[in-house]
Design a protein around this ligand. Structure first.
Ligand SMILES: *Cc1c(COP(=O)(O)O)cnc(C)c1O
Length: 389
């Protein structure tokens, strides 16, 4: 189905193998194990001489439908679904790195990803260095003879800085490393990293793919060998796989992903323009604005600007908290990619564990607020933010 149909069609239909019951909506295969015709078939399945389901930690038809659909949307050969976005990142690193292999990652990563790299990956014998997201030269400088993996999240959270995927894929090729892109913020609707030279795409399905804040899940997309063999083999043994129910929720999410992303993007653009002219706002971070230093890279690399808008208020932390505390509609939570607009103060929440020096290095000050636009009316979102401004 991948090559036959266009994106919107694949989002609704790819991977669906209807059962003899003739269901129109995908079935949830809520079963932990599968039965065999006889002992010989059981033996053949266990010895991998016959393809087919054995146990849902290995394969499950609902999960497989989700995997095939996401693979079609990202333009990848293979996808494996995981229990969370972090499980996808962990599986990718553990399955693909040998002890001693070196990693270069961007400096503005999701908090748990940063923690995983610094605390655990290093302990497992994989040193990690951090490079400036927007400076490909810095990535090249940080690589060495043992560098095997480059890891980037673009746009970054919460300052919406972009990495040039094509430039980083050149760095990866020149150093014999692979490029892994966390595509959580854009989804394949706005950005398809594999088409721009990335080797592997990571997703936290928890965010826009679910779209309504219900389930935690993740995925890795890429080629047959690394994803379909190496990462799949690690996951089925180590265990953080996706449940059939969650896969079904994410399948339904993929069906509406494109139209939801359009609304998220439109509202974020409008909100950013409104904030930019507000006298109590000193700075707005949004790649759709002419004032964003990578606006033209964004136009070249993404088909939309995304749903995350960050801004600084004029009166410091007290002012930022006043804006957050005076909202009546927005959800005060660090999650994103939800139908419900969320508002958060990064310096004291998602980035609160960093030292003051690290925060200032990352450009996250106490006046900063991050909004992830949902699907409500943007006029109501603006009015809610205006209360405390
Ligand atoms: C949330 C998030 C993750 C982790 O995903 P979980 O599903 O929470 O494990 C990874 N990367 C980014 C960019 C995220 O926003």
């Amino acid at each position: 189905m991948t090559h036959e149909y266009e994106f919107a069609t694949n989002a609704v239909r790819a991977g669906h193998a209807r059962t003899a019951e003739g269901e129109n909506s995908e079935a949830i295969f809520a079963t932990s194990s599968f039965v065999f015709e006889n002992a010989a078939q059981a033996a053949a399945r266990f010895q991998n001489r016959e393809a087919g389901n054995v146990y849902s930690r290995f394969t499950n038809p609902t999960v497989r439908t989700f995997e095939q659909r996401l693979a079609a949307l990202e333009g990848g050969e293979c996808c494996v679904a995981t229990a969370s976005g972090m499980a996808a990142i962990m599986a990718c690193c553990v399955a693909l790195l040998e002890p001693g292999d070196h990693v270069v990652a961007s400096d503005g990563l999701f908090g748990s990803t940063m923690q995983f790299f610094k605390k655990y990956l290093t302990r497992m014998g994989n040193p990690v260095d951090f490079a400036r997201i927007d400076q490909p030269e810095d990535w090249l400088e940080k690589t060495n003879a043992r560098t095997r993996l480059l890891f980037v999240e673009t746009p970054s959270n919460p300052l919406t800085q972009l990495a040039d995927i094509r430039a980083l894929s050149e760095v990866a090729k020149n150093t014999g490393a692979i490029l892994v892109v966390d595509n959580c913020f854009c989804t394949p609707v706005l950005q398809r990293p594999l088409e721009q030279g990335a080797d592997i795409v990571i997703h936290s399905a928890t965010k826009y793919i679910d779209g309504q804040g219900r389930c935690v899940g993740g995925a890795v997309v890429g080629d047959k060998q690394r994803v379909g063999e190496d990462i799949f083999a690690f996951l089925r043994t180590a265990g953080p796989t996706m449940s059939a129910f969650n896969a079904w929720v994410f399948l339904k999410g993929l069906e509406t992903l494109e139209i939801r992303m359009q609304r998220h993007c439109e509202s974020a653009m409008q909100l950013a323009l409104w904030l930019e002219q507000h006298p109590s706002v000193s700075k707005v971070y949004f790649p759709g604005l002419q004032s964003h230093p990578q606006h033209s890279l964004c136009l070249a690399q993404q088909t939309g600007f995304g749903g995350i808008v960050s801004f600084e208020v004029t009166g410091g932390q007290e002012h930022a908290w006043r804006v957050i505390d005076n909202t009546q509609l927005l959800s005060i939570t660090a999650n994103l990619g939800d139908a419900k607009t969320t508002i958060t103060h990064p310096a004291t929440t998602t980035h609160g564990r960093l030292s003051a020096a690290e925060r200032s290095q990352a450009g996250i000050n106490e006046s900063l607020i991050r909004v992830a636009t949902g699907l409500e009316s943007v006029r109501d979102i603006e009015a809610d933010i205006a209360r405390g401004l």
